[in-house]
Ligand binder design. Structure first.
Ligand SMILES: [Zn+2]
Ligand SMILES: [Zn+2]
Length: 280
């Protein structure tokens, strides 16, 4: 269930956010972009059964709504909440590019005893948070790691690459179905994505730029253009491609974007919208 198909601009879509439903229950929250709070209510879904939270990276359009969504869970009833939160480790150095805290530091800054929203831990229902930092340095021969293996639900993670922001790619397998989420990703992250996405039923690929040189040069250091998206989907042998994190330029040039992808990839491709439901 796509709760947010846009970001980072306020262009009419909520920013990056997804719920993975298993046997009808919303078990996994992936990213928590601004606007998702409203979409959650519109979808008549709750986080009562959600224990797993997967964060691709700590840009605002992917995590800015986390306090709002946790509060929505707290006030919706359902007793104590426990969230297991995975996300990238922090920046290697404060001197290289922008600084990013680790996921555990990020949660501490928000919800710790001296955090901005310290009150929320025991506001309407007790909330327990368990943070898990995933090493996020891209490697030449990337290998995925299993982060959860429980009652048939298998979640794997691998370091992606997204400019100077530590980033993680996730793959979820259950009942012989699988979804891979690219997260925001540039060319340096594609070997890892190719590895982890192999044979996925669904690949959710963040689509922000047009083929070069149509988008601002700086954006190619952060994102993957359609031609490369198509090549990756072909090489990974994914069965279906869902473009999300849709930028206005991509929406305006939808036909050209799809044509570029289809030069290499011959499976079904569609653009996500808020409230899109996909069965992998
Ligand atoms: Zn980003
Ligand atoms: Zn983004």
């Amino acid at each position: 269930m796509v709760l947010g198909s846009g970001g980072p601009g306020a262009d009419g879509r909520a920013a990056s956010c997804y719920l993975v439903l298993i046997d009808g229950r919303a078990r996994i929250l992936l990213d928590a972009g601004p606007g998702a709070f409203a979409r959650l209510g519109e979808a008549k879904l709750s986080l009562a059964d959600t224990q797993v939270v997967l964060l691709t990276h700590l840009h605002v359009d992917h995590v800015g709504e986390l306090p709002g969504l946790f509060k929505a869970r707290a006030v919706a009833g359902g007793g104590p909440a426990v969230f297991e939160v995975w996300g990238p480790a922090g920046s290697a150095s404060r001197h290289e590019g922008a600084y990013f805290p680790s996921t555990s530091q990020f949660l501490e800054l928000l919800f710790g005893t001296k955090g901005a929203f310290a009150y929320l831990r025991d506001f309407a229902a007790p909330i327990s948070l368990h943070a898990h930092d995933i090493p996020a340095e891209a490697r030449p021969n990337p290998a995925s790691r299993v982060i959860l293996d429980e009652s048939g639900l298998l979640i794997r993670a691998i370091a992606g690459h997204h400019g100077d922001a530590p980033a993680v790619i996730y793959r979820i397998d259950y009942a012989r179905r699988s979804i891979t989420f690219s997260g925001d990703i540039d060319a340096q992250g594609l070997p890892a994505l190719r590895t982890i996405a192999k044979g996925s039923d669904l690949l959710v690929f963040n689509s922000v730029v047009l083929d070069p040189p149509a988008s601002p040069a700086i954006l190619y250091t952060l994102h993957t253009p359609p031609r490369a998206i198509g090549e990756l989907a072909r090489d990974a042998g994914v069965h279906r491609l869902l473009l999300s994190h849709i930028a206005p330029a991509v929406e305006q040039h939808e036909d050209a974007v799809l044509a570029s992808i289809k030069r290499s990839y011959h499976g079904p491709v569609s653009l996500a919208a808020d409230a899109t439901r996909v069965l992998p």
